[in-house]
Design a protein around this ligand. Structure first.
Ligand code: FAD
Length: 595
């Protein structure tokens, strides 16, 4: 059997290696148009920042090492230029010599990945504008740094933020320009808020709602022109607006493409031609939650899809089960992670959903080195199915998102989250893990033990609504919602007689724990109330203008506020330490049994 593979990185090499393990006799040829195969594209930003010190660490394999270890014929600088499905032929061009050849296949795997989105913009070919997709792009950015670049403008989502962080680590002045009102579109805005806050705390300037209209040269420097008339002079632009499937070859060969331009495949990665398979960033896959076609270019799915294509070619019973979009990002000290659907997409689809927020610590607060995370869980109120989760925090975020992602794969419900038995010792978590807590809150809600009001309801509360702040007097003095009254939770039982049973009390506190306790006190005394989901931390994240507006004194910035007992306004400009040992105080997620 002669198998040709187009593209020699994640999906392509995964397919090639699996094929060899299953079929020692197969002739496997990988065509890669660039110099490097099997390189670590996910590591590129970290070599720019210097965390990955050696460039060669990114070059996981070479054509020679693959020939030696797996007997795979890897042809670098070989670009596949056309496919002839009926004749089972591809046309190949050696991009160094220009020599063209024709190769025959029994099976063909397309793994050419994605190309950067490049909307038409004047000046986009300026030499100071760099993409960040491969080793050559990274080398170009490093060359600009060596040539003395001191300022950078970055456009883009995950990769853009990684680039921004790493350029900042190298001492550059960095500005992120984002057209949307929030960073990182896969997140909902109140979780994206924490990403922006972390970037700003580390000196990255973030301009949201700022569309770039084009670029122009000024003596070798580039001027980034915004639609609002602002011009930013900079030495370097990282242009990482996202990616689109590299499906031109497939389209020209008549293979079926989906609405997003990705190749349509079945669960065995077979395209509309039975002898041509495709995997990785070039395909569309069913969304794991909805089953609808989706385009999610990530390394994990690409690797698994490559493996499945090889399995299918070798007659193995292997099927892809959809893409969930589980991803994680380091933003200086912050980790932000997501899995499944976000609220924006649920709303767009008209799906009925519920949501809960919580702010547990990464591990128990009496063990040093933890901070609060901001955890949002979305689920179906009827079937209790988990739709998705998003978490931003400082420790233990990746673990919690992976538990939720795994629960989703196993079709566990929010009711099951209550019962997960997760590893615990003080340095790692809490006896009630944040994931258990998310299940408790969701089920409290579904059982009717808690009624929420939401930050987005704030503007439309009826005039007779009583907004009741149950935090301490000092907290109330420092920050409060306009028109709120204050009864600290400790005084509520004594004052319950004074409350009006005809009114609905809209309770809040900082993170939603004390207001939940208050809600239970009031419910059991015949007083109607609702508690603010996620507390004022989420309200402020959704409505940053309230951070400084509402109280009598400026509130500390959110990231600092996430650390109990260490609230320090950051007007000195220096980033506050990300990790603080909380001084006493109760917190969500701490074991109550001395654990
Ligand atoms: P690629 O890995 O892009 O490989 C495709 C290869 O095909 C390329 O080398 C290309 O040159 C070659 N090719 C294209 N056309 C032809 C042709 N006609 N002939 C021959 N060769 C061709 N994902 C994560 O999950 N986590 C991360 O942290 C993460 N970080 C990333 C950081 C960066 C900077 C980048 C660029 C991507 C990152 N990704 C991350 C995304 C992840 O790398 C991709 O989803 C994954 O590499 C896709 O694998 P692929 O094989 O489909 O495509």
């Amino acid at each position: 059997m002669r198998v040709l593979i187009v593209g020699g990185v994640a999906a392509g090499m995964s397919a090639a290696a699996r094929l060899r393990r299953l079929d020692e006799k197969a002739e496997i040829i990988v065509f890669e148009k660039d110099e490097f195969v099997s390189f670590a594209n996910c590591g590129l930003p970290y070599h720019i920042g210097g965390t990955i010190a050696k460039r060669r660490s990114l070059l996981v394999q070479t054509a020679e090492s693959l020939r030696e270890s797996l007997n795979i014929d890897v042809r670098i600088f070989n670009k596949v230029t056309a496919i002839h499905p009926e004749a089972h032929l591809v046309e190949v061009e050696d991009v160094r010599s220009g020599v063209k050849s024709i190769e025959k296949y029994d099976k063909l795997i397309l793994a050419p990945g994605a190309k950067a989105l490049r909307p038409p913009m004047p000046g986009l070919d300026h030499p100071a504008i760099h993409e960040l997709r491969n080793i050559a792009d990274m080398d170009g950015i490093l060359a600009a740094l060596r040539a003395g670049a001191k300022r950078a403008v970055v456009m883009g989502g995950f990769i853009g933020i990684e680039a921004a962080e790493n350029l900042r680590e190298r001492g550059l002045e960095v500005i992120i320009v984002e057209k949307m009102p929030q960073l990182m579109v896969p997140l909902d805005p109140e979780i994206a808020f924490f990403v922006q806050d972390e970037l700003e705390r580390h000196g990255v300037k973030v301009l949201t709602g700022a569309a770039v209209s084009g670029f122009r040269d000024e003596e070798g420097r580039v001027i980034v022109m915004l639609e609002n008339g602002v011009h930013i002079e900079t030495d370097l632009v990282v242009f990482a607006l996202g990616s689109t499937p590299f499906s031109d070859l497939a389209a020209a060969a008549g293979l079926k493409l989906g609405a997003r331009g990705g190749i349509v495949v079945d669960a065995q990665m077979r395209t509309s031609d039975p002898d041509i398979y495709a995997a990785g960033d070039v395909i569309e896959t069913p969304d794991f939650v909805t089953g609808n076609p989706s385009y999610v270019p990530l390394a994990g799915p690409a690797n698994r899809q490559g493996r499945i294509a090889a399995d299918a070619i070798c007659g193995r019973d292997s099927a892809y089960r959809g893409t969930q979009g589980t991803s994680v990002l380091k933003v200086f000290d912050l980790t932000v992670a997501t899995t499944g659907l976000n609220e924006k997409s649920l709303k767009r689809a008209g799906t009925e959903y519920s949501k809960v927020y919580l702010h547990p610590f990464g591990h128990v607060t009496y063990y040093p080195g933890t901070a609060q995370m901001h955890f949002k869980l979305l689920f179906c109120p009827n079937e209790k199915k988990i739709f998705g989760a998003q978490i931003a925090g400082y420790d233990g975020v990746d673990k919690r998102i992976d538990v939720v992602a795994t629960a989703m794969r196993g079709n566990l419900t929010v009711a099951d989250l209550e019962h997960l038995e997760l590893a615990y010792a003080p340095p790692y978590g809490a006896a009630k893990d944040p994931v258990n807590m998310a299940g408790f809150i969701a089920m409290n809600m579904l059982r009717g033990d808690i009624r929420f009001w939401y930050s987005e309801d704030y503007d439309s509360l009826p005039p007779e609504a009583v907004i009741l702040d149950v935090s301490t007097r000092n907290e109330f003095i420092n920050w409060r919602l306009p028109n709120a009254i204050n009864i600290p939770i400790g005084e509520l039982r004594d004052q319950v007689e004074t409350l009006d049973p005809d009114k609905v009390y809209h309770l809040y506190c900082k993170i939603g724990v004390r207001s939940y306790f208050a809600h239970r006190i009031l419910a059991q005394n015949g007083i109607k109330s609702k508690t603010l989901a996620g507390g004022s931390d989420i309200l402020k994240a959704m409505r940053p203008e309230l951070i400084h507006r509402a109280g009598t004194a400026p509130a500390p910035r959110m990231a600092a506020a996430a650390v109990i007992g260490a609230l320090a306004p950051t007007d000195t400009g220096a980033p506050p330490p990300a990790y603080q040992i909380p001084e006493g105080g109760t917190c969500f997620g701490t074991g109550t049994n001395g654990s």
